[in-house]
Design a protein around this ligand. Structure first.
Ligand code: BG6
Length: 467
């Protein structure tokens, strides 16, 4: 590249976590249960009751983030810590916890980036049919209002819903699927519609209450490759992209279902009921930026309708395929992580370019990272050189995308400190900081910077110049 641009000044070099994966104290201090707390954990995998104990160790954790040099920290607020019943009476201890956390971050010059809802719907709402019930839209709006009122004087960046597309596309693993209803997929797309309306309302509310704040959605977006250059495969990839990626962002930005996704919904009998006024709400609530999580690309081909259309693609826990529309496939050219996820840095640049070209809004990456079995050596160090290699290759691609003219203002990889993975327990680690615990033995939960911690510290110091 002959004209490589530097990272913009004030680029938000950050890192991410989510409440249920990091805080612990899941049943303490007035917090109500969430769908995650009530869900079943795969065999051999820890639950989410203690995780990294951040609720009690947040000061130490923030000091560690400050030492790393983070400019931003993206975390989520547990809805049921604020409203144990999802709505109704707020929990003063929950309000105080996030208040203290935000103050602690600001004291260290770290910009808080708040996700309002990261998979952990209050269980009390789930008992009333969760997102199938339109009242959940009101509950979310009320919760958001509370957050804006309590923290809006200090929090400038808000994210509405984490990976809504994964909740809809992989409901089995995220507890959003109700098998008891007649047409579960139709019901899912109804939930999806309600979440989109709730998101639009909250984006609009944010602009009315906090004119200086910025808000955006945070789906998981990855470029989609056709399994070959065969026209039918290319068409299938285009269909999948419309359903997996663009549906969510088109709704957030344009307030409209894209035609390919909508005809897919209609053809399969999944189309949601749109009530009067919904489209006006959707048209009114606009994001200021787009946040997205990128782990890998996906590859799909033409559906062969032979019973084998649904299979794993780039990310091993994602079962992809829709008979009649597209078939999940693998990308033979890509290496995989220890957990079978395809590693695709160039696909990251393509993804950044595609999102920016379609929406022309500033972008922030709110997750990207490598899950691995890190090992604490007897001398107290953790050599995660493979993670450094992973980040080097991905950050290089952000710089190339910036040079392509894409407006990227931050990078918050997953995760700041070790936490419990969503699907594969605590031995699948992502952090720059090791947490001394094992799957079922909590040990002393001590924080130990990994090799990648010092590498990221240096990278931030030079604003990305020393990769
Ligand atoms: C994203 C989620 O889907 O991927 C995180 O937003 C999650 O919550 C991350 O932890 C990695 O997935 P996993 O299953 O390896 O934890």
């Amino acid at each position: 590249y002959t004209d490589l641009k530097s990272f913009p000044e004030h680029f938000l070099w950050g890192a991410s976590t989510s409440a249920y994966q990091f805080e612990g104290a899941s049943n303490e201090e007035g917090k109500g249960p969430s769908v995650i707390d009530m869900g079943n954990h795969p065999e051999g995998v820890t639950d989410f009751s203690v995780t990294s104990n951040h609720y009690y160790m947040y000061k130490e954790d923030v000091a560690m983030m400050a030492k790393m040099g983070l400019k931003a920290y993206r975390f989520s607020i547990a809805w049921s810590r604020i409203y144990p019943e999802g709505t109704g009476e707020a929990n003063p201890k929950g309000l105080a916890f996030y208040n203290n956390l935000i103050n602690e971050l600001l004291k260290h010059g770290i910009e808080p980036i708040v996700t309002m809802y990261h998979f952990d719907l209050p269980y009390a709402l789930e008992l009333k049919d969760g997102w199938r019930n339109r009242q959940t839209i009101d509950a979310f709006e009320r919760y958001a209002k509370t957050l804006f009122e309590h923290y809006g004087d200090r929090v400038k960046y808000w994210l509405t819903i984490n990976e809504q597309n994964m909740m809809i596309l992989h409901p089995g693993s995220l507890g959003t699927l109700d098998e008891t209803v007649e047409n579960p997929k139709k019901s899912l797309y109804q939930e999806n519609h309600h979440m989109l309306v709730a998101q639009a309302k909250v984006m609009d509310l944010c602009h009315r209450l906090l004119p200086d704040a910025k808000i955006g959605p945070a789906p998981n977006i990855g470029t989609i490759y056709p399994a070959s250059s065969k026209p039918e495969d290319v068409l299938a990839a285009d269909t999948y992209a419309a359903i997996r990626n663009w549906l969510y962002l088109d709704m957030a930005v344009f307030g409209k279902y894209n035609n390919v996704a909508w005809s897919y919904l209609v053809e399969n009998g999944y189309e949601p009921v749109i009530e009067e006024g919904d489209m006006e709400v959707l048209a009114k609530g606009k994001p200021d930026f787009i946040a997205f999580n990128y782990y890998t690309s996906q590859t799909v081909g033409e559906s062969l309708n032979d019973g084998n259309d649904i299979s794993h693609t780039g990310d091993q826990h994602e079962l992809v395929g829709e008979p009649g529309a597209y078939r999940g496939s693998v990308n033979p050219g890509l290496q995989k992580t220890e957990f079978g996820w395809e590693i695709d840095p160039v696909g990251f640049r393509t993804t950044l370019r595609q999102i920016y070209s379609r929406y022309n809004l500033p972008l922030i990456v709110t997750e990207n990272g490598l899950g691995a079995f890190d090992k604490l050596e007897p001398d107290g160090t953790v050599d995660d050189s493979y993670r450094i290699e992973f980040y080097k290759k991905h950050i290089e691609q952000i710089q190339l995308a910036v040079s392509d003219g894409v407006d990227v203002f931050g990078f918050c990889p997953w995760s700041a400190i070790d936490l419990v993975s969503t699907h594969q327990g605590s031995s699948k680690r992502y952090g720059f900081v090791y947490v001394n615990r094992e799957e079922f033995d909590l040990k002393d939960l001590r924080r130990i910077p990994k090799k990648s911690f010092y590498w990221y510290q240096k990278l931030i110091e030079t604003n990305g110049a020393v990769l």
